[in-house]
Write a protein that binds this ligand. Structure first.
Ligand code: UDP
Ligand code: MG
Length: 335
């Protein structure tokens, strides 16, 4: 039997594995003390129901992303209540939602992984729908928020960003913002291997998917607390998305540069001819100013864009740890 067939057989064998598959739920937590209690109250019963209905096992991996409130203590308390199915990874500082999820991948053992936000904007009761599709063999289950409950402005901004992203990256996910998603272990392992400092998990997962699917999930208002993303951070996140998955913006700037150079060449020849036909003229000085400022704007934007890439390269080559784990609450090795 050659290597490929052996691997393939293994793959098939895993999917017809004896015993029930393990589902890991990965949840990043940053200053969520006002909503955590309610999350536990709704999620654990929903997961217990799922476990008996689908004959699967589950584990929940919380990552405390350096919360400054009582979130850490509440997570520890929940760990005491359900140590058999709970693991808590404590970060030594705030490393951001996507790094928290990355750590969650590293500390989860499931055959399938579902990521979820801690703010109850996506109902934990719907995790089961994602898991069903994963068990059916889809390796990436994306989600589309129906009846999205965010401000008009945010919805509109997302819509624009989605369209832009579709054009400049090869990633065609309908709704990039929703984090409640499911991944097969194969994809999770590939994501773990991608040592990117700045990344966007749903897009990264999608690039490795071979059999993706999207489903609708309902979306509720934040149960408690406030969004952890300011307008500025959302812009940064979108830059991560674009720079992380495409160099098209850089190429577009070379094109703009070429076009502008051509246009100014033509303008120069035109002005030269005019000089000889009409003679010296001084009119249009302010038009020139306007044109100049416009071009300076274009140049600065290009430079800034270049900086976005260079800055990320710089972060990447320093090879600092992407996150620092203070400690992990988990049960001793399986007995
Ligand atoms: N989060 C995190 N680290 C951060 C910011 C957010 O772990 O630096 C978590 C947060 O606790 C929540 C999830 O990421 O579980 C999504 O955050 P939020 O609901 O504020 O984002 P939004 O829904 O507004 O996009
Ligand atoms: Mg949210």
């Amino acid at each position: 039997m050659n290597n490929f067939t052996a691997n393939f057989e293994q793959l098939i064998a895993r999917h017809t594995l004896v015993g029930s598959p393990l589902i890991s739920i990965v949840i990043p937590v940053y200053n969520e003390e006002s909503g955590l209690e309610q999350l536990f109250k709704r999620m654990f019963p929903a997961l217990d129901a799922m476990a008996s209905q689908l004959d699967v096992k589950y584990e929940v991996v919380f990552i405390n992303d350096g919360s400054k409130d009582h979130s850490a203590a509440m997570l520890a308390k929940q760990f005491d209540a359900r140590p058999d199915v709970t693991r808590v990874v404590m970060f030594n500082g705030n490393f951001g939602q996507h790094m928290a999820i990355m750590a969650g991948f590293s500390y989860s053992n499931g055959d399938y992984v579902v990521t979820l936000d801690a703010d109850l904007q996506n109902p934990p009761e719907e995790i089961i729908n994602i898991v069903k599709l994963l068990l059916d063999g889809y390796d990436y289950v994306g989600t589309i928020r129906i009846d999205r409950r965010d401000s008009h402005f945010r919805r509109y901004a997302s819509l624009m960003m989605n369209q832009l992203r579709n054009k400049i990256t090869k990633i065609t996910i309908t709704d990039q913002g929703c984090m409640m998603r499911g991944y097969d272990r194969r994809i999770v392992n590939l994501m773990k291997k991608s040592k990117e400092v700045n990344t966007f998990i749903p897009a990264l997962g999608y690039t490795y998917a071979s059999k993706p699917i999207e489903i609708n999930v309902s979306h509720e208002e934040r149960f408690a607390g406030e969004s952890k993303y300011s307008f500025y951070q959302l812009i940064r996140l979108n830059f991560d998305l674009v720079t992380g998955f495409s160099v098209l913006p850089l190429q577009a700037f070379s094109l703009i540069g070429i076009l502008l150079a051509l246009a100014s060449g033509v303008l120069f020849i035109y002005l030269l001819i005019r000089r000889f036909v009409i003679g010296a003229e001084v009119e249009g000085v302010f038009t020139l100013f306007a044109l100049n400022f416009f071009l300076m704007g274009v140049m600065l934007f290009g430079l800034g864009l270049l900086g976005e890439y260079v800055g990320r390269i710089y972060q990447q080559v320093r090879k600092r740890p992407r996150y620092v784990v203070l400690g992990v609450l988990q049960q001793d090795a399986e007995e």
